[in-house]
Write a protein that binds this ligand. Sequence first.
Ligand code: EPZ
Length: 416
Amino acid sequence: MDKLVITGGRPLEGAVRISGAKNAALPAMAATLLAPGVHRLRNVPRLRDTQTFARVLELLGAKLSFEGNLLTIDTQGVNSVEAPYELVKTMRASIYVLAPLLARFGQARVSLPGGCAWGPRPVNLHLSGLQAMGAALEIESGYIVGRDVKLKGATIAFDVVSVGATVQLLMAAVLAEGTTVLENVALEPDVIALGEMLVASGARIAGLGTRRLTIHGVRALRPVDTEIIPDRIEAATFAAAAAMTGGNIRLEGVVPGHFEAPLGKLEEAGCVVQRSVDTVSVSGPPRPKAVNVVTQPFPGFPTDMQAQMIAVCAIAGGTSVVEDTIYLDRFTHVQELARMGARIELKGNVAVVTGVARLSGAQVMATDLRASASLVIAALAARGETVIDRIYHLDRGYETLEKKLGALGAEIRRVN
Ligand code: EPZ
């Protein structure tokens, strides 16, 4: 199993091009099922998760080819409505095929996503929304099964702001009979990008960028040629690496407004941040200052940066309080950072981080995607060598990370 070996202590210097966003590519790939034909998705990151989703689409009968970061998807030959447990259990987002299959074929058999290390991650809002649109869904042997479904417009107000449920119901509504109103929707850039892709394929959606969407169903959509937005979480992770190492990094090919909350917190911690149309330069301070963070749905501070921010706070001058309101139990990185000498006290969904002058290299284990990113940036700042095990988690969401960090001067290598 691959590991990363990192020797810390070098300030990162230089420019890095940010890849396409995993969390925008996955819904875009699912949405190609809605319009039989050949779709071209540009700037798709080559990740374990996009490969897994490609596998799901192939099993449904689609034809896919990757050329660099251009993904061509031909959905004319789709002839199955089953997404198997073997794949869905490895990536929850596979559930995104549910609404497109119901919309196109009136039937679907999609495995329920399994458990998650961070406590309950239900999909009740996905299912109750589809049921409100007339889909009679059964749970049979761990599968969500829909038969003879004719989706109809409905008004759905989400109790909780959910990226996944917004994506699911948006895809259900574009081909539904009549008008759907979705209230309290997610505003994440990935959701807006999906809405824009669907409009480009002929959908009628009003209110994109607001918490209320009105979708007038249409009879058919056409294939699209679209560009995946840059990955704001990857960009913010590199910005945090500049803060941890006292480095100077220019992030290229980004949309600054997509990660303003983390940038604001890094400025509070003492970073100097310069924003231009599609680049952001971040200079880290000699030592970060303590900051308090509360995660929120976009445009608030993203939970997907919580772990990386805890790593920054672990070497800050003073005590920081980091609260995750989205996932109450997303703290598996805390024990691993403690192995590197971090002083973090967990109280429910709140981490109280007392900064130390320097972390020390150690053998640690990645437990999920963003937890592994926090270990990588902690290792870049630590004294001595760190070995990070189980980096398959990292490969799910960061494209050629060690190559990009190496180009910024990091002492990092992958071993197996
Ligand atoms: C998306 O997950 C992202 N994944 C996650 O990023 C991210 O952490 C999350 O949004 C929050 O920003 C993808 O885009 C593929 P949610 P998702 O539905 O859609 C509750 C990463 O690191 N909820 O917005 O699964 C839920 O329990 C990944 O790239 C319900 O109660 O998240 C959570 O507390 C990890 N019922 C809250 O809503 C539901 O039916 C937000 O979840 C759905 C969600």
